[in-house]
Write a protein that binds this ligand. Structure first.
Ligand SMILES: [Zn+2]
Length: 274
């Protein structure tokens, strides 16, 4: 499931390829992926528009266009945006929407078809509540130790539930929540208001560092993620707890435990994380 680093990996690739290119045609095989327009209105909004930039906040990707409206995408479980310079190449598997460009093509593929595409105003609020209520981006400047400490202090929810809450911090999902809590030495089940100021600072740094480390590795491919060029990411080797339950902790050798917190499978080291 793509989280911030995977979406950022896709964004960087698309931002290096799309700007200046014009959409010449849009083919929609699965209209229900488009959440706030009819298929015809979606095609009309995008055809003949020129890409300006690829932006991201949290797990939302915004492909900015030269007109009053732009395209926003959430990949959810198995969505993929792939750019191919050679339009004669076959579409990647499970392609649901295809954007023909002057210089190649962009396809949206999705095995489980849970992704979302919206047309949004190019400026100002999007009108999409999931986006408009996002907290600061997990690798952005507004996500600071003081900010995180204030958010943790105000609730007795588990610390893991708080960092998974997209209105608190945008972009953290199950993989990087477990990894960051391991790095910070904090048990995922700990009540958020029991996290000290020093630990909050450690957790803030850990969230940023697991995200940036994964972006450097091209994202984490557990099952389905492919980057904007259709390649797998290399971050699985860096994971310390996620997917390693039953294996020895890389720091102390204790067996990594699997439990359920905030409704999600959660891995932690019972010795390193208090
Ligand atoms: Zn350990």
């Amino acid at each position: 499931m793509p989280e911030l680093p995977e979406v950022e990996t896709v964004r960087r690739y698309l931002d290096s390829k799309l700007p200046g290119d014009r959409i010449t045609a849009v083919t929609v095989d699965l209209p229900r992926l488009i959440k706030n327009r009819t298929e015809d209105a979606f095609r009309r909004a995008l055809t003949d528009r020129v890409f300006r930039a690829a932006d991201r906040k949290g797990k939302y990707l915004i492909l900015r266009l030269d007109g009053p409206e732009s395209l926003m995408v959430h990949l959810r479980m198995t969505g993929r945006l792939v750019f191919q310079e050679d339009e004669s190449l076959p579409d990647p598997p499970y392609t649901r929407i295809r954007f023909s460009l002057e210089r190649g093509k962009l396809t949206y593929g999705d095995v489980r078809t849970l992704g979302d595409l919206w047309i949004i105003p190019s400026e100002g609020k999007t009108g999409i509540s999931g986006y408009d209520t996002l907290g600061p981006d997990a690798i952005g400047d507004a996500f600071t130790p003081d900010y995180l400490y204030r958010k943790l202090k105000g609730t007795s929810r588990s610390v893991k539930a708080v960092i998974l809450d997209q209105t608190v911090v945008a972009g953290v999902g199950n993989i990087y929540a477990d990894e960051a809590l391991f790095l910070a030495g904090i048990r995922p089940s700990r009540h958020a208001d029991r996290v000290t100021k020093a630990e909050s600072a450690k957790l803030c740094d850990a969230i940023r560092s697991v995200m940036l480390g994964s972006i450097d590795a091209g994202g984490t491919t557990f099952r389905d993620f492919l980057d904007g060029a259709g390649h797998e990411g290399g971050n699985v080797e860096n994971l310390r707890v996620y997917g390693r339950d039953g294996e020895p902790c890389t720091v102390c050798g204790t067996e990594i435990q699997l439990t359920k917190i905030a409704g999600r499978g959660t891995r932690y080291c019972p010795k390193c994380q208090k």
